[in-house]
Design a protein around this ligand. Sequence first.
Ligand SMILES: [Zn+2]
Length: 298
Amino acid sequence: MKDIPRIIGEYDSDKKGPLLFITAGVHGNEPSGVVALKEVFEILNAEKPDIMGKVIGVSGNQEALSKAVRYIDEDLNRTWTKENIASENKNSHEKKEMFEIIDVLEKYPEKDFTKRYFLDCHTTSSASEPYISVQDVNDNDAWAHKFPTYIIRGFSDIVLGCIDHYESRIGITGFVFEGGQHESKISEKNHEGMIWLALQHACELNLDSLINYPEAAKMLAKKRKNRKTFEIEYRHGIKDEDEFEMEPGYSNFQPIEKGELLAYQNDKAIYSEWDAYIFMPLYQSQGNDGFFVVDEAH
Ligand SMILES: [Zn+2]
């Protein structure tokens, strides 16, 4: 994806209200959020519907997006720690881009808006139902529950240095949205749908006022009747020297039963101790999370 500007789009109707700050492509191999933002801003700019406040679409790792790689020096979704930000050290490509994104956000301070929301768009390496990953701080969880997709609570809390942590830390309400598999066309549509729904809930955009009611938003809204909220029950950690092989065919949120063979680790079989759901089964060679077990929150 070439020549992605930092600001993909910006739109308001000159009315006081909230800020909706949308980031996409924080991982350079995940362009679907960027495609979706372009699509949405094209419609907003052509039809000029009324919204309260302002929406801004921001690209994440520009250099990595242009090279279609996940990152250049380090993962831009692990750099947002308190220490890194306080140090102001730009000793990697990603830290430079991180501070550029912070500069953009600082142009839209809290005092100029009734509230500030964020949406961070991602995709996954394997096929998955779209889902929200929400850090359970501030009013993030209640906000996430306005949306129709699966919600996973608390996963974001255990991975450090993510952009959503930074945004939550400075008092912005929001979540990460995983639209589906990296290259899938459906992921683009899911992101588009999520952006429209965020505009509806945050900026009071009346979707019926658009010339064509966005099909992507309709598609996503249909998921509401099957929505589930999950919590992490167990993380199966693996060490670099371990040989780990997941049984083939598992996808995110697939139900598992007690006694089911899940994986082999150093030739030892690993059986499920749970009647629950599998989450992020590891099928790539690197990583220290073999799989997670998640269950419906009560
Ligand atoms: Zn990502």
